[in-house]
Design a protein around this ligand. Structure first.
Ligand SMILES: [Zn+2]
Length: 224
């Protein structure tokens, strides 16, 4: 079986995403790029998270052709491929409709500021909102990848969130950080006063610190 280790990680992390309330049923998608083979393990277009087995995870090449698997890959495959095609530092991509990040995507604001030390450590800078693109299209993939620049997250207008990393663990951490920030912003606005973004220098310092930090729940998920 091709990319057994990566497929196993995707199954475990999918359950972690579900437990964290970031995805439900079959919605959202995850992938890992294996630079040795040039292949990508990616979630299928069918089969809910709770029922997925290793064989349900697809293996595709950088052109998106199915190499191994019994289902078609996710319909958002272009969104994953573009990051692997255009960025050498990206080895995992995660796309979710995380509730608070998705709510932020319809506010018309251009960036989600860095408000929490958690997000400074995981993200290193404000999260841009990519212009709207139709789901499953190359246009959406390009707009989102362009918006992310060399960062590890972009909110997709009227849609959701994409995060990337050098590992699935990093991409997961970025997803949690964006969602926590959007949630904190939502609650903070109900409390009055003025929402304060963290100072840029402090964000930079925290990001440097955060490069070696791995949340315990992620460690547990990866050990399974
Ligand atoms: Zn989506």
């Amino acid at each position: 079986m091709l990319l057994k280790k990566q497929r196993t990680k995707i199954i475990a992390m999918g359950k972690q995403f579900m437990a964290a309330g970031l995805v439900h049923d079959g919605q959202g998608n995850l992938s890992i790029y294996d630079s040795a083979s040039g292949y990508i393990a990616i979630t299928p277009s069918a089969v809910p998270y709770a029922e997925r087995e290793i064989e349900d995870i697809c293996v595709v090449n950088l052109q998106g052709e199915l190499i191994e698997g019994r289902w078609l890959p996710t319909s958002e495959i272009a969104l994953h491929l573009i990051f692997y095609q255009q960025r050498n530092d990206v080895q995992a991509v995660v796309h979710t409709h995380a509730a608070f990040a998705t709510a932020f995507s319809i506010t018309g604001q251009a960036v989600l500021p860095i408000l929490l030390n958690e997000s400074a450590m995981a993200l290193g800078g404000p999260v841009p909102v990519a212009p709207y693109g139709r789901p499953g299209t190359q246009e959406l993939a390009q707009l989102t990848c362009d918006a992310a620049k060399d960062g590890n997250a972009a909110i997709m207008a009227h849609h959701g969130l994409v995060t990337v990393g050098s590992s699935l663990r990093e991409a997961y951490r970025a997803t949690l950080a964006v969602e926590a920030t959007a949630q904190a912003l939502f609650y903070a606005r109900g409390m009055g006063g003025v929402v304060q973004a963290l100072d840029d220098d402090e964000v930079f310092s925290l990001y440097e610190m955060g490069k070696n930090y791995v949340p315990q729940e992620v460690q547990r998920a990866l050990k399974r």
